[in-house]
Design a protein. Structure first.
Length: 50
């Protein structure tokens, strides 16, 4: 996923997520389908950078 395509509002919502589950729920709400690699990154190897 290319995060540069996200709006500032979407980026702000991502920063508000406290758990991987919240981030996955947000992705679903926004209509994104995540690949297996992306799901793994969010659930285990996720590192938040701003």
């Amino acid at each position: 996923m290319d995060f540069s395509d996200l709006t500032e509002v979407q980026k702000a919502k991502i920063r508000e997520c406290k758990t991987p589950e919240e981030m996955l729920a947000l992705a679903r709400e926004e209509g994104y389908e995540l690949t297996d690699d992306q799901l793994e990154a969010v659930s285990g190897g996720y590192s938040r950078t701003e």
